[in-house]
Design a protein around this ligand. Structure first.
Ligand code: NA7
Length: 549
């Protein structure tokens, strides 16, 4: 099996792409966001062209095909609500849907609403440049020529640009390697192989138990231990599904009023940890552990604010790890020491228990860093580990990576990369000053990854479509964030995050996982307040935006 995995990203540049083509709107990406943007913009009567670098729809759920990949938001919440027929007719099989089922769902949506005819697949958007004379964008693609559009919608995903650390020697590796966020379409067979997994965030926590069952030996290379709670995934009973469907709009509304836009029915506790005795706290955490999944973040209302409450949750999870993992040395290694929930909480199926298997070992690469990949394995400062397969569960250049890999030039030709050199700057995570008519779906500065992504996407696309509809009806040519509104919003996003413990560890929310990335807290905490602000801005004639007559 001496085979290095080489996947070709995007076919070669097509010849004779022809003259520039003109549409009203270009959409980049065909995941949840891109598909809904096509749907809404077509409804407005716009001509729309979408580009997608994958060969199919699905975005995140197209690329993340690693073993064990599934959503950590309940299926009945992680789905579109724009069509009552759609939400009534689709049947979810599990409490947390696996990757393939979500992909099938997205494919169904693309077919049901006839969206594929607006999408060019296997097409990489390379640049977008704003022309101040015409107030239009020129969008260059690698495979489908050049397009001229009034509006550009970047539905490029928050976690779509993989972070592959630049370890020396990867090119020399004779085995198979893959990144969880860019998993090959053919199944990788780990049976009888010595496998290494680098990374223990959500993707590592999901794939490690599954790979451990197949591999001859699995070595987990851990830099930072993760806090993980059991998902308690289970088949979704027809009764539960029918109950939600009987009142789907009310169910959605309840969720939209939660700080994260979800988990309303999980019953968040409105108490502070300090209000309970140590015994009562223990019992409360135990009850939330039994509920399972990310609902654990609702165990106390001040988990992300009070150091005392946070430390109690952290102690509780460390106690669980001590109880599950039999080898005390392994248990100690697996115990996180950073603030609880400051990196995104993981939801697992048998993660800690996997380390009781005789074929699973763990290496602390914070003490003994990886020095290089060798032709037959991986060398840390202290040892060499022979490997047949290497899995990089090393995450993403989150929130800005997939935007900035497009060479975007706004007014005066200013590259967005230059404008964002000290961190992303947006108004409401929707637009950036100097880049008129260019919209981000769930961009930095919006709730995005701190909320349930699908409702957050729908809210953003609805706002963008309503805005474009307003411009067209009023015969206006453009909209752009104002400098003052943007500055105030950037400060506000940081101020809100600064009132919590979220900025206190090296998380991807801060860009801390990517060497050289500016350390700025990117998402906005508080879905209901954010939605209210967006609605207010629109109702006041797009306050904080400048409109070109
Ligand atoms: P994450 O959560 O960013 O996890 C990546 C993991 O890889 C994490 O344990 C990192 O350790 C580790 N990592 C990253 N770079 C390196 C290097 N250079 N060396 C060693 N280890 C490294 O990504 P996931 O894909 O698991 O999850 C992303 C989100 O997708 C998730 O939160 C859900 O929202 C869905 P670190 O913690 O940085 O020390």
């Amino acid at each position: 099996m001496a085979r290095t995995l080489i996947r070709k990203r995007g076919a070669a540049r097509q010849q004779g792409a022809g003259a520039e083509q003109t549409v009203d709107a270009v959409v980049v990406g065909a995941g949840f966001a891109g598909l809904y943007a096509i749907y809404r913009l077509r409804q407005l009567g716009l001509s729309v062209q979408a580009f997608e670098r994958g060969s199919g729809v699905g975005g995140t759920w197209y690329w993340n095909r690693y073993p064990g990949a599934r959503c950590d938001i309940p299926s009945l919440e992680y789905s579109y609500q724009f069509s009552e027929e759609l939400q009534q007719e689709w049947e979810w099989s599990e409490r947390y849907a696996p990757q393939l089922e979500i992909l099938r769902y997205i494919e169904h949506v693309a077919d049901r609403f006839d969206l594929r005819r607006s999408i060019r697949f296997d097409t990489q958007v390379e640049s977008a440049s704003f022309d101040e004379a015409t107030l239009r964008w020129t969008v260059r693609t690698r495979q489908a020529g050049t397009w001229n559009a009034q509006f550009v919608i970047l539905a490029t995903g928050c976690l779509s640009s993989t972070n592959l650390p630049s370890f020396e020697g990867l090119d020399s590796f004779q085995g198979i390697w893959a990144h969880t966020g860019d998993w090959p379409r053919e199944d990788l067979d780990f049976r009888g192989r010595r496998v290494g997994v680098i990374g223990t965030g959500s993707s590592g926590v999901q794939c490690i138990p599954v790979i451990a069952e197949q591999a001859e030996h699995l070595t987990v290379f851990q830099r930072t231990p993760a806090y993980s709670v059991p998902a308690h995934n289970e088949p979704l009973s027809p009764e539960v599904q029918a109950r939600v469907k009987a009142e789907y709009p009310a169910f959605r509304k309840r969720n939209s009023q939660m700080p994260t836009g979800g988990f309303a029915d999980a019953g968040a506790n409105l108490r502070r940890a300090a209000e309970d005795s140590p015994e009562a706290r223990q019992a409360n955490f135990e009850a939330f552990w039994k509920k399972g999944g990310l609902a654990f973040m609702g165990a106390y209302r001040d988990l992300l604010v009070s150091r005392e409450s946070n430390a109690a949750a952290a102690d509780f999870v460390r106690g669980k790890i001590r109880g599950i993992v039999r080898d005390p040395k392994k248990a100690e290694m697996l115990m996180p020491r950073h603030e609880f929930g400051c990196k995104r909480l993981c939801a697992d199926t048998g993660y800690y228990d996997t380390f009781n298997r005789p074929n699973v070992s763990i290496v602390d690469i914070s003490r003994s860093p990886i020095e290089r990949i060798t032709p037959d394995g991986l060398r840390t400062r202290d040892a060499h580990y022979p490997l047949d397969c290497l899995v990089f569960a090393t995450g993403f250049d989150a929130m800005t990576g997939s935007i900035l890999r497009i060479a975007i030039r706004g007014r005066a030709g200013l590259p967005l990369k230059e404008k964002w050199v000290a961190g992303p700057r947006t108004y409401l995570g929707l637009m950036s000053e100097g880049y008129p008519n260019l919209f981000f779906v769930t961009g930095p500065g919006s709730p995005s990854v701190l909320s349930n992504m699908v409702p957050a996407i729908e809210q953003h696309v609805n706002w963008i479509a309503d805005c474009i509809g307003h411009l067209r009806v009023a015969n206006l040519r453009g909209i752009e964030a104002s400098r003052n509104a943007e500055d105030a919003w950037v400060s506000h996003v940081n101020e809100v995050a600064g009132q919590t413990l979220l900025p206190s560890c090296n998380s991807w929310y801060l860009g801390a996982n990517v060497p050289g990335k500016p350390r700025v807290f990117m998402p906005y905490l508080g879905f209901p307040a954010y939605v209210a602000k967006c609605n207010e801005v629109a109702s006041k004639g797009y306050e904080g935006f400048e409109i070109t007559p």
